[in-house]
Design a protein around this ligand. Structure first.
Ligand SMILES: Cc1ncc(COP(=O)(O)O)c(C=O)c1O
Length: 332
């Protein structure tokens, strides 16, 4: 399906999709292991890559179409989404304001260093790491004569999620070209746009693949349950793309058993996952999202969730700059 929405060219597509033979062999020694493949959105090209580049192509398309001159968004101090938004703004000649959780640190590293290098204006927001202060910032910028475009937390508006609808069409071509039958896709799911876009994309492309989202961030009591958030974005996409099919929260597979000590708390699961993929395939994960999701996939293999006949694709969503902000926790 051709997606007829304004789009800005930011990334390198298609991102590579390839087998992980060493990893598959290593795991096969002890388990009934499926074949493992990987989709490399860590190589999406802009500003050290990651999954948000896909969303930002449509979000910047929309911002530019509306005549906006400034992007504003928010996240954690080491947010990959904020770093990729800053890079996209720099490439398109827009001003960028980031509202980050916490206080200004003494030392700037990882994604935060890159935010500075991309020329973003940083605002520190204490407890607010999910863009709670963005509406006020938008008002202030309007008063000073700017035309801001508010990029929702994680870029997970329905416009942003279009990037992952397009990603499914990209994957389908790769599967046909390489004659690969993927049965499951495992990926990190947090603000929901990746999950929703893949879900609607799989429906449009008629791909009978089980999408297995790994929850990364515990939802607070005030927030809707995660699968309700994702089904809501799916239904927003349905309206946007004129598709009649609608989703219920129960239609989505979202595994929240790997939340560990909470968002950004790096434990043995993440440490082991990062070492395993680095030492078997020479591929780096990040400690917060892709490391947790990959560790979850290994645990699911150990739990016997997949069979030897399955072909499981790990969708690498990027985030590797955060490795450098967590060096001491990764060398324990
Ligand atoms: C590296 C990485 N992977 C996965 C995700 C989750 O994607 P989504 O927010 O679309 O659920 C994020 C979100 O920030 C991320 O930075």
């Amino acid at each position: 399906m051709k997606i007829n929405f304004p789009r800005t060219n930011l990334g390198f597509w298609p991102t590579p999709m390839h087998a992980c033979p060493n990893l598959t062999k290593r795991l096969a020694k002890s388990h009934d292991t499926p074949s493992i493949y990987i989709k490399r959105d860590d190589q999406s090209g802009l500003g050290l890559g990651g999954n948000k580049v896909r969303k930002l192509e449509f979000l910047l398309g929309d911002a530019i179409e509306q005549g906006c001159d400034t992007l504003i968004t928010g996240g954690a101090a080491q947010s990959n989404h904020c770093r990729q938004t800053a890079a996209a703004a720099a490439k398109c000649g827009l001003q960028c304001h980031l509202v980050l959780g916490g206080e200004a640190p003494d030392h700037v590293n990882g994604n935060l260093l890159l935010d500075h290098l991309f020329g973003a204006n940083i605002h520190w927001a204490g407890e607010h790491r999910k863009g709670e202060d963005l509406p006020q910032l938008a008002k202030d910028l309007q008063k000073s004569g700017r035309k801001p475009y508010l990029v929702e937390y994680g870029g997970s508006s329905k416009i942003g999620a279009l990037g992952f609808v397009a990603a499914m069409a990209e994957l389908k071509k790769q599967l046909l070209q390489t004659r690969t039958d993927i049965t499951h896709i495992v990926f990190a799911s947090s603000s929901g746009g990746t999950h929703a876009g893949l879900t609607v994309g799989a429906f449009i492309e008629e791909l009978p693949i089980t999408l297995y989202g790994i929850g990364i961030d515990k939802r607070s009591a005030q927030e809707a349950p995660f699968n309700a958030l994702v089904s809501g974005i799916c239904n927003g996409l349905g309206v946007l793309l004129d598709i009649e099919h609608r989703y219920q929260p129960s239609d989505l597979t979202l595994d929240e058993q790997f939340l560990g000590g909470g968002y950004g708390v790096i434990g043995d699961l993440e440490r082991r996952a990062i070492a395993l993929l680095a030492q078997s395939e020479g591929i780096l994960l990040d400690p917060i999202y892709s490391g947790r999701a990959f560790g979850a996939m290994i645990a699911l293999i150990e739990q016997g969730v997949f069979t030897k006949k399955d072909q499981v694709l790990f969708w690498h969503t990027g985030g590797t700059p955060a490795l450098f902000a967590n060096a001491s926790l990764l060398t324990q």
